[in-house]
Design a protein around this ligand. Structure first.
Ligand code: NDP
Length: 453
């Protein structure tokens, strides 16, 4: 057997050994690839063309990674040096698309896992978008507006060479919201002298979509609603535990409340708050104002609302609940947390964050036959509305809020149906398998059409 033949006939473990050898120390990336490969190897077992053309191996090798220095001056006139990245994973079905993350933990492994996941997620939306992700190890916490602006301008001064409305269209992610997108768009426009839809998540005044801020959190709850419906159930009267207190978490909480559920927790990197009275819309507005906009700490909530308690250094998964929505960051819900949720009677988990559940936790949810939606399906509402923003920018039109809300609901239902189509196993829907296969198939079939490129 030639070396080429051997590569084509590796099993899952042989494939993963190669991924680990080629990506040393990149644990998040390896984890994301394994989670997908576990389902894809089974699916392509009898589909020779996917082996012959090495499709999964090619998707698991980014088209391009750009890494660059970002220098900026802080308010004390000190020169600061950060590292910026853009990972362009795959553009088989459309321009690269995916957020920018500013967080001190950002490194190549995290951005590669996010860009890889994004490739499948974007395919699931049904819109023509490839997968990418970017960011920098910049910590926006505690920085003045001027410092954030200077950083964003410096970041874009390099990034602008690698993006474009038909090339790569970044958006927000952790640490990047409307303010940062505004500074980056302003700098892009200044350098290129072009007003194009090169970024999404823009302000309404200059081409942003009306419901982009809400879309990821709302979408994750719509997905949960769709899953519950398959068992003749709904959100009304159910208790929900949510992690995070940023964009995705606060909007997920808002939609749960609108649909008659009771939200018990929110969190940040320092701990979680538990409010047995329920986190009402008024309280969510307080969190948005104090935590998200003023960049305060979630612990302040327990000072404002006296029945609530703050649990330092802990995650909220031990609070008994019907529904769980991890909406903070990767690997925030581990195997033991998953076992606790199952033991406490949780019936559905919808991920707002990307890869918040580790592989052990994923296996626990699958074995318990919980309604469990992986982020690449359930948090796709954000990028879907970004895709709609791209269409509006290209056509130079803007859609009304009701139209966008309906499109978001329709797209989340469409993703749910795709997951069911490929994930049905007897009486149980394995949404992870469904999302992986539906996303893979779309990208893989486009790649087959292109030959070896
Ligand atoms: P934000 O920056 O608005 O909020 C992030 C929240 O997560 C904050 O409460 C933050 O707390 C918390 N957090 C961040 N890092 C950690 C950590 N290491 N441990 C515990 N908590 C942490 O980000 P978003 O809400 O936009 O993003 C949240 C998740 O959703 C991410 O996984 C992101 O990739 C994913 N996502 C976001 C989309 C979007 O549209 N924004 C789209 C799809 C997915 P603190 O303030 O202490 O840092």
């Amino acid at each position: 057997m030639s070396r080429g033949d051997e590569e084509q006939h590796v099993d899952l473990e042989g494939f993963m050994a190669g991924v680990e050898r080629r990506n040393p120390g990149q644990s998040e990336f390896i984890q994301a690839v394994r989670e997908v490969a576990e389902d894809i190897f089974d699916f392509i077992a009898d589909k020779q063309e996917y082996h012959r053309w090495q499709i999964l191996r090619r998707i698991a090798e980014p088209d391009r990674i750009v890494s660059f220095r970002v220098c900026w001056e802080d308010d004390n006139n000190c020169i600061r040096v950060q590292r910026g990245y853009r990972v362009q994973n795959n553009n088989a079905i459309g321009p690269y698309k995916g957020g920018i993350r500013f967080h001190p933990s950002v490194n190549e492994s995290i951005l590669k896992f996010l860009a890889f996941e994004q490739t499948f997620k974007n395919a699931l939306t049904g819109l023509p978008m490839g997968g990418g992700k970017g960011g920098a190890n910049f910590n926006p916490k505690g920085k003045s507006d001027g410092e954030v602006m200077r950083f964003c301008q410096s970041f874009m001064t390099e990034l602008y060479r690698h993006i474009g409305a038909d090339v790569d269209v970044p958006a927000g992610d952790i640490g990047v919201g409307g303010r940062e997108i505004g500074y980056m768009f302003g700098q892009y426009k200044r350098i290129t002298n072009q007003f194009t839809g090169v970024l999404t998540g823009k302000g309404r005044e200059y081409g942003g979509s009306l419901i982009r801020p809400e879309a990821t959190g709302y979408g994750a709850v719509y997905f949960m609603e769709n899953m519950l419906k398959t068992r003749g159930d709904d959100i009304e009267g159910k208790t929900a535990v949510i992690s995070g207190s940023g964009n995705v978490a606060t909007h997920a909480a808002e939609k749960i409340v609108q649909l008659g559920g009771k939200v018990l927790t929110l969190s940040d990197s320092e701990g979680f708050i538990h409010d047995p009275d329920g986190i009402t819309q008024e309280k969510i507005d307080w969190v948005k104002a104090h935590k998200t906009r003023r960049r305060g700490r979630i612990s302040e909530y327990a000072q404002e609302y006296k029945n609530a308690t703050f649990h330092a250094g802990a995650r909220p998964w031990s609070v008994p609940c019907d529904l769980a929505l991890p909406c903070a960051t990767q690997n925030e819900l581990l195997g033991d947390d998953a076992r606790t949720l199952v033991k406490n009677g949780c019936v559905a988990v919808s991920e707002g964050a990307n890869m918040p559940t580790d592989l052990d936790g994923v296996h626990v949810f699958k074995e318990a036959k919980l309604l469990y939606a992986p982020g690449k399906a359930s948090n796709a509402g954000g990028v879907a509305v970004s895709g709609l923003e791209m269409s509006q920018n290209s056509a130079r039109i803007s859609w009304k809020e009701e139209q966008l809300q309906q499109l978001l609901k329709d797209i989340m239902l469409g993703i749910h149906e795709s997951c069911r189509e490929y994930g049905q196993r007897g009486d149980y829907v394995d949404y992870v398998r469904g999302a992986n296969i539906a996303g893979f198939k779309k990208v893989a079939d486009a790649m087959l059409a292109f030959g070896v490129v």
